[in-house]
Design a binder for this molecule. Sequence first.
Ligand code: AMP
Length: 181
Amino acid sequence: MNKELLLRHLRNVPDFPLKGIQFKDVSTWFKNAECLTELVNALYDIYKDKGITKVVGIESRGFVVGAALALRLGAGFVMCRKPGKLPAATHKMAYGKEYGTDTIEIHDDAITPDDVVLIHDDLLATGGSMRAAYDLVRLFEPKDIYVNFLIELRMEGLKGHDYLAHFIGEERMTALLTLTE
Ligand code: AMP
């Protein structure tokens, strides 16, 4: 993976959406064809032999690369969405995040016990949103669940990696870049 290319094109926005947050703006990756290809190729290399049948993307930045990766893997794509967006019957889960609290939902027929699932999001901060998505996916009792982030933040006070590794398992989690500032 071309880490230098990705680091060069990632925009950091200080104090967004709240003072003290260093916001990693992945839109500067998504708009760049070379970066987008790099992200999808890197993830394809990691997951091509895992038998993934469904990629679950977390709204909304998890949809972009999640859907592209699903296409490459020959898997289906499932949306984990903010409340009130999904039209049919859903399962819901509330969670706390780096800033504020939220709820996510998934259609209650989105996954089957035969699926091998990869849950994908752009970034790991506290791990709250991935924990909620993981708990939603577990309700379907799929064969296996993997978890991926484009970026993992390991800053002062952010223990998202350890928090998730505790119940998901280190061997089922990947991140393309780990950032400490
Ligand atoms: P968390 O649930 O705390 O792990 O937060 C992860 C979710 O919030 C992801 O969907 C990110 O898109 C978003 N997020 C949280 N902190 C940041 C940050 N510093 N930069 C960019 N996105 C963030």
